[in-house]
Design a protein around this ligand. Structure first.
Ligand SMILES: [Zn+2]
Length: 398
């Protein structure tokens, strides 16, 4: 491809909406607009990645840090909107809302008799725990939903120190909405002071830690009152006992016992497809230096950035055209900067765009039958014979 055919527009300044360095360089190098829309060069690169992905070894070419499981893979990035739990030891990876972890039950104790206590203005677990001077893990948190499909009232109990994962809950009961005040009242529960004890027509669902937690404080289903020493089985039962709570950083990996880490990520692949726009961003985040992008072969849109320098006697442009043709015949993909620009402008653009190899045709070297070859990630130019440049590049790209 020729530079002008792709209408490449590079930029000196980072866009002011850039949230990451990789995005900033993709805009500056002319792959994306500031509005995150692929340009002609961007589309060309996405197509290139699409073609590469038909090869089964594609994921191994990417050279980017990937977190994943059999269904999805993710790239960690501060601006990412998907939170993922990851075990650094055994590599267990799951979306945070579905991540499993090892729960630590409280020490066993014998069941004590129920005791109704006055707990004015204790609408939250925090307020309740403070008022009664008990740790939050000795309380039961109640959540109330209605199933969309059949309007069934669903009462959920998790330990007070844990957060319900709606995603996990939905796997067991289907789509939900928050229960209305009328629905709560009809079940016999009291909002803010609710427990599963004595409810009517409710589907009771409890986290699997609840049956192992004795003597929890729970609502008395009467405004202003709680019950001390509620016990699963003795005082109420559930239709469903399952893992319902959300993991957090530092929770214990269920497979190997190491602490889980939590990352912000973007999704790269699902079971069915690659998300190529995110893949391009992940490549740009991973492969860059202060001057621009440093895409590795074969993910780079072109193997070679070919350019000629201004000339007086020897026609460097014609010689560059010659190389352009021989590269293409040899199966080397090439972006030919055929503009009559100053050398500095072209060198800057070559660094921004980030092809693995730059080839420069300049008058001085050409007089000796040489051209300059520079791998993008190396500092020094190598003078290479004009006649041997194709073979040299082929060996570098192996
Ligand atoms: Zn693990």
């Amino acid at each position: 491809m020729k530079y002008r055919d792709l209408h490449i527009q590079t930029q000196r300044e980072s866009p002011n909406n850039a949230r990451t360095e990789g995005f900033s360089f993709l805009v500056r190098a002319g792959y994306l607009t500031r509005e995150n829309v692929p340009t002609q060069l961007g589309e060309y690169t996405l197509n290139h990645l699409r073609n590469l992905s038909k090869d089964e070894s594609f994921p191994f070419h990417l050279s980017i840090p990937i977190l994943g499981n059999n269904n999805e893979t993710f790239f960690p990035i501060a601006s990412g909107s998907i939170e993922v739990a990851h075990c650094p030891s055994c590599k267990y990876t799951e979306r945070l809302e579905l991540a499993r972890f090892a729960k630590t039950p409280l020490p066993k104790e014998s069941e004590l008799p129920l005791e109704k206590v006055l707990t004015p203005d204790c609408h939250t677990i925090e307020a309740l725990a403070n008022f009664l001077d008990v740790p939050k893990e000795k309380t039961a948190k109640a959540l109330m939903y209605t199933r969309v499909a059949d309007g069934k009232f669903i009462f959920i109990v998790v330990r007070g120190d844990m957060q319900l994962s709606e995603a996990k809950l939905k796997q067991h009961v289907g789509e939900l909405r928050i229960a209305t005040a009328e629905e709560i009242e009809k079940s016999g529960a009291a909002a803010g002071y609710a427990s599963a004890i004595g409810l009517k027509d409710a589907l009771i669902v409890v986290d699997d830690l609840i049956p192992q937690s004795a003597n929890l404080v729970a609502g008395a289903n009467e405004t202003g009152y709680h019950l001390k020493n509620t016990n699963y089985e003795r005082d109420y039962a559930a239709e469903i006992v399952a893992d319902l709570v959300q993991a957090k950083a530092g929770d214990v990996c269920k497979n190997c016992g190491s602490p889980l880490a939590v990352f912000s990520t973007i999704i790269l692949t699902t079971r069915k497809e690659y998300i190529f726009e995110n893949l391009l961003l992940a490549l740009a985040e991973t492969h860059r230096d202060p001057k621009g992008l440093t895409f590795p072969h074969p993910t780079a849109p072109f193997d070679v950035y070919l350019m000629h320098l201004p000339f007086k006697e020897l026609d460097t442009r014609a010689k560059a055209e010659e190389l352009y043709t021989s590269f293409q015949s040899a199966g080397i993909t090439v972006l030919f900067d055929d503009r009559d620009e100053r050398a500095g402008v072209k060198f800057n653009d070559a660094d921004l765009i980030g092809c693995p190899i730059r080839v420069t045709v300049g008058e001085k070297a050409l007089k000796e039958g040489m051209v300059e070859l520079k791998p993008r990630t190396e500092k020094e130019n190598q003078l290479t014979s004009f006649n041997e440049i194709v073979e040299k590049i082929k060996s570098l790209l192996k």
